[in-house]
Design a protein around this ligand. Structure first.
Ligand SMILES: NC(=O)c1ccc[n+]([C@@H]2O[C@H](COP(=O)([O-])OP(=O)(O)OC[C@H]3O[C@@H](n4cnc5c(N)ncnc54)[C@H](OP(=O)(O)O)[C@@H]3O)[C@@H](O)[C@H]2O)c1
Length: 334
């Protein structure tokens, strides 16, 4: 397995991480046995970075990872790195009601996560969205105290802008910023990525397939469950979806010429953007995982990259990457 290092102070990880969210939430129902099998297959293939959030199925995702790690071979378990997001407040019905980044809340969230994960430390800990009522310095300061106490190894951030990156990095070393980055979500290129690079902060990129939209497997007739995020995402609606799938068709032509899949091309493109970027692939089935792993063998030369840029120029996607009320929580979009 190829490796990359997260920032100047972060851990070395597999070049691809596994994002586990879809195994518990947001993309409709998942098959538990297949999720565990996918986690095991990922560990066996050498993936070390497992990304989760305490609010993915209200603890469900952490318990799933606990089970997968407990039943994995000891060597794979020891290599695994847990990357955990916290702070999102949920309702019994599954709604989101805000974010809590107060220092005592941070330590409370961590105590519960450690229990659910069944580990004595979290490798990378980050608030999912900044709490508008709590300065980032206080939230990061609380995680720094968890690092001091040995409960957390590294501090990460999620969906924050350049100014917040600077403020957080002034408090404690930051290993990586987790943020959406793909052929159709290139907002970080102007200010956020250069700032992360200047500060020695790595990127763990999510949505590299735009939640399946540019995977080559999504079609116009797909029926989405009522609890599927994509049913509310502007990019998956009506004319936006038609325009976005036209972009995928253009990408498919390039993929076919190279003899690889659309998803592999899209993931390889993110991998090509810099050694400091680790794509988190959201596979929840073994066949999808195997396809994603194949992206590590795809080389994109200058001609390929130019053709991809022509097929999907920056800003070509139709529709925002989140519904309006969720866009409002993104410090990265201010
Ligand atoms: N920090 C944040 O704000 C944030 C936000 C969202 C996610 N994340 C993290 O990032 C991870 C990945 O994000 P994402 O789910 O948006 O990623 P993604 O990789 O863009 O989308 C994953 C979806 O793409 C579809 N897909 C089709 N072919 C695939 C393939 N070969 N490999 C993988 N997926 C394929 C799958 O949908 P079907 O299974 O339905 O076919 C899968 O659920 C999450 O699991 C989570 O840990 C972080």
């Amino acid at each position: 397995m190829q490796t990359r290092t997260l920032g100047t102070t972060g851990p070395q990880t597999s070049a691809l991480g596994l994002g586990c969210m879809g195994m518990s939430a947001l993309y409709g129902d998942s098959d538990r046995a297949e999720s565990i099998a996918t986690l095991h297959a990922a560990l066996e293939a050498g993936i070390t970075l497992l990304d989760t959030g305490d609010f993915y199925g209200m603890g469900h995702n952490e318990l799933l990872i606990n089970e997968a790690l407990r039943t994995a071979p000891a060597a794979a378990r020891e290599r695994a790195l847990t990357s955990v997001k916290f702070g999102a407040l949920r309702t019994v019905e599954g709604g989101f009601t805000g974010y809590d980044g107060r220092p005592n809340a941070v330590k409370n969230f961590a105590a519960y996560s450690l229990q659910r994960l069944g580990t004595d430390h979290i490798d990378i800990y980050r608030i999912a969205r900044i709490d508008p009522n709590v300065p980032i310095e206080e939230t990061v300061g609380a995680i720094a105290e968890l690092v001091e106490a040995g409960h957390v190894r590294h501090i990460g951030l999620s969906e924050v802008g350049a100014e917040t990156l600077r403020r957080a990095a002034a408090v404690a070393p930051i290993s990586d910023l987790q943020i959406e980055y793909s052929l159709v979500s290139r907002g970080i290129e102007e200010a956020i990525l250069p700032t992360a690079r200047e500060l020695g902060i790595g990127i763990t990129a999510y949505g590299v397939l735009s939640r399946g939209l540019i995977s080559g497997h999504f079609d116009r007739d797909r029926k989405l469950a009522p609890n599927d995020f994509r049913g509310m995402s502007p990019r998956f609606q009506g004319e936006n979806l038609d325009r976005n799938l036209d972009l995928v068709d253009a990408l498919r032509k390039i993929a076919e010429q190279k003899g690889v899949s659309v998803a592999q091309t899209a993931i390889a493109w993110v991998l090509s953007r810099g050694e400091d970027i680790v794509p988190l692939v959201g596979a929840r089935r073994r066949d999808r995982l195997a396809e994603a792993l194949g992206s590590l063998d795809v080389t994109l030369d200058a001609d390929d990259l130019a053709a991809i840029e022509r097929a999907i120029p920056a800003g070509a996607a139709a529709g925002d990457r989140y519904p309006a009320e969720q866009m409002a929580h993104l410090d990265s979009e201010r």
